[in-house]
Design a protein around this ligand. Structure first.
Ligand code: NAD
Length: 500
């Protein structure tokens, strides 16, 4: 049985101290254990911080050109190894290989953004703010920074963080999900092959103990977190209490509103893909369809037909639309939620619970479930199910739909399907949500914008990547300069300095 080790100072590293535990990593399509991952403790985090601190001394002094050259080489390796990395992700997460390649592509776009660092890191200069005085500003890296990431995008979510952190001159420690840890080590090797000096990118595996060691380590300047809301709140509170800069992205409940003037076939196609793609294990998955007025009956009919057509199977089988859930526990949780919804009065239009995949009887599969007549009081609406369950809520007007979305504690993504520009404008101005799609179901921003929700979907105030990513991983300096001429008056006033 393979053991997945940490990656510290440029090579695989076993547990260094008192922590000797390992945890199984499963192939969700077969239910079989495929490897064990080490669970690091404070000693392992400390070893990574020591390596990263030493590397920071030289990496933070490297030129913009040196750093972007590594990023260009790293990007090329991500292109060349996309299929291989996609298969690694699929084998531990369960998503289809094509879906995994999609997440690598979207993550690679952040590397491409980091390749343009020379432009985005430019400071500004003000000439002659006072007689003989100029002002300019520039930004410097923080030091050793850490990223703690969820299972659902084992390549893309870390890629939201480390290319920007590293390109801006920081050194990085990644604590990936213990459920699908292999992608992190594969990426570490790609960085090494791209010419990144040892110690600049490190991986420490583990669970809560490892996270706690990161949140409290005095050698770590900043923590980026993506995961569920309760843990995001915990990480934000604990790490800020230890003086760290924190960005913490949480869970979601994303609504897709369908107006009667929408093309129902088009809307249903996109809602089905947004709800059941990656088995609903996306923070931007469509989990609630809000049918407005007379759109409802027609929409439910088309959604039912399309939900029944979703091909469920192992992620490496060509033609599969949707793979298994990540763990047996996730499968049981989602299936129990469908049962609870029925008991609470929802109509189970499509029931995914009975699904069996031939030859994969022990896999963690559940089929697409479609629930109609869901109300805001039901658990299926109130909880983030993080599985292939689409709830339909019926309302009478667009304003009611906007009110429903705004009353929800989450505010990650939302979409409106309509042919009306006026409705679209009202919707995008009115919803308290960070990322909005107009006839686009999963509106994940491009890498040169920043990604982040509102309310319980983002704790603190910093979205990830794009301009906010640059700001997060750097500190500004403002320099006021005077070069006196020899013949100039040298006296200085005692009053607070003002310009003249
Ligand atoms: P999770 O919160 O269980 O785990 C995230 C990370 O926190 C993992 O590295 C895990 O090891 C660690 N962790 C788990 N429990 C911990 C604890 N008690 N103390 C300290 N650390 C702990 O999330 P997950 O199940 O891996 O991922 C799914 C969640 O992530 C969903 O809620 C989803 O919406 C969210 N997510 C959000 C975004 C976003 O951009 N907002 C993106 C992807 C995923």
């Amino acid at each position: 049985m393979k053991t997945i080790e940490h990656w510290i100072n440029g090579s695989p590293t076993p547990n260094s101290g008192t922590a000797t535990d390992t945890q199984p990593v499963f192939n969700p399509a077969t239910g079989a254990e495929r490897a064990r991952v080490v669970l690091g403790g404070a000693d392992d985090v400390d070893a990574a911080v020591t390596a990263a601190s030493a590397a920071f001394e030289t990496w933070s002094e490297s030129s913009l050109t040196q750093r972007t050259q590594v990023m260009f080489a790293f990007r090329q390796l991500l292109v060349e190894h996309e299929e291989e990395l996609g298969r690694i992700i699929s084998a531990e997460h369960g998503k289809t290989v094509d879906d995994a390649r999609g997440e690598i592509t979207r993550g690679r776009e952040v590397v491409e953004f980091a390749c343009g660092l020379g432009d985005v890191l430019k400071g500004s200069f003000s000439d002659q703010v006072s007689r003989g005085v100029d002002v300019h500003n520039f930004r410097q890296p923080l030091g050793v920074v850490a990223g703690i990431t969820p299972f659902n995008f084992p390549a893309m979510v870390p890629l939201w963080m480390h290319p920007i952190a590293i390109a801006t001159g920081n050194t990085f420690i990644l604590k990936p999900s213990e459920r699908d840890p292999s992608a992190a080590n594969f990426v570490a090797e790609l960085y090494k092959n791209a010419g990144l000096p040892d110690g600049v990118f490190n991986v420490v595996h583990g669970g809560k103990d490892t996270v706690d060691a990161i949140l409290t380590h005095p050698g770590i300047e900043a923590v980026s977190f993506v995961g569920s809301t309760p843990i995001a709140k915990y990480v934000h509170q604990r790490a800020t209490a230890h003086g760290k800069r924190v960005q913490a992205l949480g869970g979601a409940k994303n609504h897709a509103v369908v107006l009667p003037d929408a093309d129902l076939e088009f809307a249903a196609n996109h809602i089905i893909a947004g709800a059941y793609g990656s088995a609903g294990e996306r923070c931007m998955a469509v989990s609630v369809a809000v049918a407005v007025g007379e759109a409802a009956d027609g929409l439910v009919k088309v959604l039912e037909r399309k939900a029944r057509e979703v091909k469920v199977g192992p992620g490496d089988r060509p033609g599969t639309d949707m793979g298994p859930l990540v763990t047996k526990a996730a499968q049981e949780r989602v299936e129990s939620a469908v049962g609870t919804a029925a008991a609470q009065g929802a109509t189970v239009v499509v029931d995914g619970r009975s699904l069996k995949v031939d030859g994969h009887e022990d896999g963690f599969f559940t089929g697409p479930s479609l629930l109609d007549h869901v109300t805001t009081a039901m658990d299926a609406y109130r909880e983030e199910l993080f599985g292939p369950v689409l709830a339909i809520i019926r309302v009478d007007s667009l304003d009611q739909a906007i009110g429903l979305i705004n009353a929800n504690p989450y505010g990650n993504g939302t979409a409106l399907f309509t042919a009306s520009g006026e409705a679209a404008r009202r919707f995008q101005r009115g919803v308290k949500v960070g990322m909005i799609g107009i006839n686009v179901p999963v509106p994940v921003p491009m890498s040169y914008y920043s990604f982040g929700g509102w309310k319980d979907s983002l704790i603190g105030d910093s979205p990830v990547h794009g301009p906010d990513g640059i700001r997060f991983y750097t500190r500004p300096k403002v320099v006021t300069t005077r070069w006196p001429q020899p013949a100039q008056e040298h006296s200085a006033g005692f009053d607070f300095p003002t310009s003249s």
